[in-house]
Write a protein that binds this ligand. Sequence first.
Ligand SMILES: Cc1ncc(C[n+]2csc(CCOP(=O)(O)OP(=O)(O)O)c2C)c(N)n1
Ligand SMILES: [Mg+2]
Length: 770
Amino acid sequence: MLKPATTDLEALRILDERLRWLSAWTIHHANHIRESADGLKVGGHQASCASMTAIMAALYFHALGENDRVAVKPHAGPVLHAIHYLLGTQSREALENFRGLGGAQSYPSRTKDKIPVDFSTGSVGLGVAITLFASLVQDYLTAHRWLEDKDRGRFVALIGDAELDEGNIYEAIIEGAKHDVRNLWWIIDYNRQSLDATSADGMFERFDEIFRSCGWRVVELRYGKKLATALAKNKDLKTWFETLSNAELSALHYQGGAAWRARIHAQIGKKAATFLKDYDDEALASLFTDLGGHCMETLVEAFDAAQDDVPTLFIAWTIKGFGLPFAGHKDNHAGLMNPTQLAALRDAMGIREGQEWEPLEGIGDNARTGVEALIDRTRIAREKRKRDFGTVAIPEIPAPAGDEQSTQAAFGRILLELSKAGGELADRIVTTSPDVTVSTNLGAWVNQRGLFRRSEMADIFAQAKIASAQKWSGGNKGQHIELGIAESNLFLMLAAAGLSGDLLGTRLFPVGTLYDPFIARGLDSLNYACYQDARFLLVATPSGITLGPEGGAHQSINPPLIALGQPSLRHYEPAYADELAVMMQEAFRLIDDPNGESTYLRLSTRSIQQIERTDDIWHDGAIAGGYWLREPALGADAAIVAMGAVMPEALAAWEELSNDVPGLGLLAVTSPDLLHRGWTGAQAARWKGDRKRSHVEELLSRLSPNAGLVTLADAAPASLSWLGGVLGQRVAPLGVEKFGQTGSLSDLYAAYRLDGDAITEAVAELLLPQ
Ligand SMILES: Cc1ncc(C[n+]2csc(CCOP(=O)(O)OP(=O)(O)O)c2C)c(N)n1
Ligand SMILES: [Mg+2]
């Protein structure tokens, strides 16, 4: 990385002020000036922005290189927009429409903002941690020779201090330590305020200890130059200052110079008399606001000094609302300046009324040249990367052979075969798992492709000739990233790897495995990955009560419902190995398709008799969400509708009942998620005049309008019960509604009413005259 050029500090200070103005003005405009159709407060966070304009000016206009990527503190979104406005990459129109439909988004959004946003943020803590995994992906691409050294960069997270209460951050740095993570700058806006109030005292010491123990360099930027010099001259004053609690400090900042004077006078007395004489009230207030995170010289020096690749935490002391009338007030998180206060700020910044949007309004000629030169020189108006990093041919994936198989075992075999066959897709697959690699059947793939490690890791057991089915050595060429048991990390890893094309120019095909119930453990991180349009294949296995002896804590019930409500994630639940093969092929295609999405495969360890196929018609249905495994007679009165590993029960019941119930159908649902989306999508299209019926409507219209459906899933029955709403058919939903317990499959299926008897009773009840 190049040493940064020396920069015009004065110009940076002007840019800091300008960012404070533009962010405050953008928020003010949306709340007080733009016409409000509904009378609701639009909101925005002027104090959170003001807290870090100096940090962001120093970063963007001085320290960032062209390959660097930044996750911006969500509530500093308007500052990022202001930066791009100054650079000419954000429009005035979008700022005027801040928080409006199609306007600049409240929190930086990769998919919705028109400026280049490297990482979306919003749910605090996640934007921080993803930078660590993105850096790991950069190392992965470098090791695999997909990224040249000249294209490598640093990953920067701008962090609100309260974000550091989020446990996912610590899970991430522990994982990072294991993988020797580097090229990270995490910059804490240490304003010692959260949303509700001022925060716990002395946390900078805790952060320091924790991060250092994980191999980070910690750089504390407590004082600006002026304040450091003044305190160096008076030890008593410094000691007093450093013992002020966060609440006391913030209150004094809010109260201003006279309060500082009175307090110093009362608490230090004579020993501070000379000091107090040197400053009038205004100068006193200004001096004490000279914290490290507001001092341009301090920031520039600190960034210039951290040019190696050691992961670095900067603790930049700041004041929330710096330079605004509510600076330091504990309630200022969502505070908005009123029009009078805003006008006063405008005047103080030398901006004429009516010229508020002029980017460099009021900046005198001498200074203007320097500012313009700095904007030009340090322009990092990075083109929003388009998805034009090539495509990868997805080969046909054959079904693994075998009369009896579980979908989990079939998954392992498919990956193994892909690996053995080789080719571009196999080389681009990167697998990852939170300590369940072996138990989710990734083991054979890992034996083939190895663990990824930046430095070689020998397999000690193999060297000692101790028999083991699992090789466990790692190196530069490895394709499996083993994680500790932290499901949030899994999803952040998938998010980062799933953005490798956009972020780093090479598409990866990330495959992550975990046990289905533990999706809930990392759910917000999964949502975060989807929100950013990261692309991956998530394989959740085992699932449901089909893993009987493992008991309730491991038997998942509601993930299909989670998937039903999760945008940008497609749920597939195969019953048979051949279905799984076409689903995996489709999932890989979707990863690389500009309009694609991620896929969640819910698999099982239950080994079941595979089905004889007489044709390939089922393919398209399986991909679309369901197909008739046993075709009903046209206008039939009933159908069994089943999903996944309970298909043998459904088939057996169908065989038993089909003599008594003529034309009985058996519908294999492979994705309630897709069927539901198709249904609502077709409805929406009908409002626009498109009369096309959705797949689920087509399927169910083969039955009589009064038909009864018995739905069956090893999951919450609501996963399928909604099917009755499509055409108004009656439903008897079978599924799991209580936490499971240990037991044999037959015992559990009987106890939870998932067996043939339950299906027969349900069909009978539906067919009895009402
Ligand atoms: C996961 C999550 N929980 C809660 C919130 C609501 N929230 C937004 S900002 C915030 C406090 C932020 O304080 P800090 O990180 O210190 O930022 P500051 O505004 O002080 O710079 C909270 C609780 C959120 N955005 N995300
Ligand atoms: Mg804060």
